[in-house]
Design a binder for this molecule. Sequence first.
Ligand code: LFR
Length: 514
Amino acid sequence: DRPLALAAIDLGATSGRVMVGLLHPSPSATTGGGGRGDGGHGDDDNDDPTRRLDLHAAHRFENRLERRDGHLSWDIDALWEQVRQGLAAAERLAQDLGADGIASIGVDSWAVDYALVGPDGERIGEVIAYRDDRTDGAAESVAHRVDVGRQFALTGIAQQPFNTLYQLAVDDRLANAPDGTQALLVPDLLSLLLTGERRTELTNASTTGMLAAGENAWSPELLGAAGVTKEQFAPLVRPGERVGTVRSDLARELGIGEVPVIAVGSHDTASAVLAVPAAEDDPVAFISSGTWSLIGLELESPVLTEAARGAGFTNERGVDSTYRFLKNVAGMWLVSESIAQWEESGARIDLDDLLAAAAAVPGDRFRINPTDPCFLAPGRMAGRVADAARVIGGDEERPRTPAHLVRCILESLAETYRDELHAACRLARRPLPERLHVVGGGSRNRLLNQLTADALGIEVVAGPMEATALGNLTLQARALGAIPHRSGSIRELVRASVELEVFAPGGTSASSAR
Ligand code: LFR
């Protein structure tokens, strides 16, 4: 029996990747368990706790913000070219690994950003990035139409300057666009390029700030506040449903099959939290740690109170009707943008060396507030962090070296995680959970994990690092019927597939056996 290979297209703000997930047939199926010779599709005989999904990188590439037509934008044509190369590489890799090629594809990326697509399917203009300053003042003017309390009560989404709602409200291209033009979120644009089908995936749709809380429908009032109609969006699709099939000309060109494109949690954070290796039930406490640190609780219903709004919390849709009650905290962005500044002035910085140096310098000297929107824009980050740093100990006025500055960032993050997790629990009326799961690229940061465990006084479970790709792939596996469609099956598969490291308060860490 051959393994089943699935491809995840996973785009982050600083890098993208096409990953292959390889799901081996259940051992019982290969020993001739009878009637299971199809590689494990479509029946509950696949409910085998020893099954694993192995991750293989087919293609990695950089992504960066660029100024185009006067706005910070994404080079979407370059990303599409990398995705195509990645899919061709994924097919070859899948075959080398003994599979029949890739059996399906799923796409996820950062949230909120969109392309305008004309009725002919051509993109209109650039994909402007959420860190662009065109939204300065937009939230305030939308608030004159629908006040902020009502916006939150209707959607559960925090009023962040970059929400699609505010981007659309100031998008002057819409007025001149031909009839039939639609806004497609970035993963939905890629799914359109792959299949020719237009859909709006639900988890990412929630980040627009226009989806009605608790419903799979737009809020007419907020569409109106943004100056758009529901016809300017493609029909909603739930994660796990099929978007379409890869266009035959594209399949031929890339040497891949005409395989299904499956809607996954196309908001990267939705896929990452799906792959939190939790055995516990609601509420699961998590940090999805990458460019941003998204910290909060996974819940079965949104928290729509005025107190939650006032505290800056949001209720984003998750896979399987879950809600992520969370706060956006500037995460590794603070470090990566500081490194960019040092490198511009000629330094060569290795992240691991920098983190080791940060661990070696004294702590408790400086603090910043990593939830302050002043850190949203790119540029001169090390300087801005040093300017913002408050002295809390020692006799230096400013963090002097990269190591001191990074130490300040990480200690500030750990304390913010503590405060925000406590706030989330208070607002959702839940006790502090026994452990906090940290997933994503930032979960490799051992100093930060330890500082977080110490600040919170609870266990920090670090990993998987590639949670977003794993959430994307495991949902495809379930949609194809290769793992059972029951609650918990995805997280079980993740737990069987990854190694985790546990950080206990007070300084000892332990690796888990698989
Ligand atoms: C993380 C993320 C966050 C979202 C921000 C902007 O990559 O998707 O969840 O708030 O980027 O899209």
